[in-house]
Design a protein around this ligand. Structure first.
Ligand code: PRP
Length: 181
């Protein structure tokens, strides 16, 4: 596939992504046999990853969706999260796996874990397709399953957007600075 003209370089190719997702699916299938986990997708970015992950999980599992938005500048998470769309599932006693496309500050997930714990989930784990490596800065949560580490750059594709664009790129790439500056 031709590289999109706004992309500087590819970080994770389609083949890389396939390998990552099948590894994560195998790890989760091993850990959740007979637990019927509920995979909670945090919209919007994680929808593509979740769609692939669900098909890589070989044990019974269910899916539900949440949409959240951070208050603040809109560029960086503030840790104050507003629920835009809540789960339809009662999670009391359920084994929940929160699926995220990218973990940056971890503030969004830290908030969500606290919220879902308060609703009586039997267990909560996090699967992050990607984790941003930020020098000198620890994320607010540690994911249980990690797909790949990505540099602290403007990363788009495979669900990740810039101003709602590029989510549909089948690979993960770094945006050219002239696109966002
Ligand atoms: C992204 C991503 C996470 C959050 C991670 O969502 O999907 O939800 O930011 O950042 P944090 O670790 O610093 O909290 P975004 O707010 O861009 O919304 P989107 O999923 O609709 O793209």
């Amino acid at each position: 596939m031709d590289l999109h003209p706004d992309i500087e370089r590819v970080l994770l190719s389609e083949d890389d992504i396939k390998g990552i997702v099948s590894r994560l699916g195998a790890e989760i299938s091993r850990d959740y046999a007979d637990k019927n986990p509920l995979v909670v997708t945090v919209l919007r970015g994680a929808f593509i990853f979740t769609a692939d992950l669900m098909r890589a999980i070989t044990v019974p599992c269910a899916v539900d969706f949440m949409a959240v938005s951070s208050y603040g500048s809109g560029v960086k998470s503030s840790g104050v999260v507003r629920i835009v769309k809540d789960l339809d599932t009662n999670i009391e006693g359920r084994h929940v796996i929160i699926a995220e496309d990218i973990l940056d500050s971890g503030l969004t997930l830290s908030y969500l874990v606290g919220l879902l714990k308060g609703r009586g989930a039997a267990s909560i784990r996090i699967v992050a397709f990607s984790v941003k490596d930020i020098e000198g800065h620890a994320a607010a949560v540690v994911p249980n399953y990690v797909g790949a580490h990505v540099p602290d750059a403007f990363v788009v594709g495979y669900g990740l957007d810039f101003a709602e664009r590029y989510r549909n790129l089948p690979y993960v790439g770094v945006l050219k600075p002239e696109v966002y500056s």
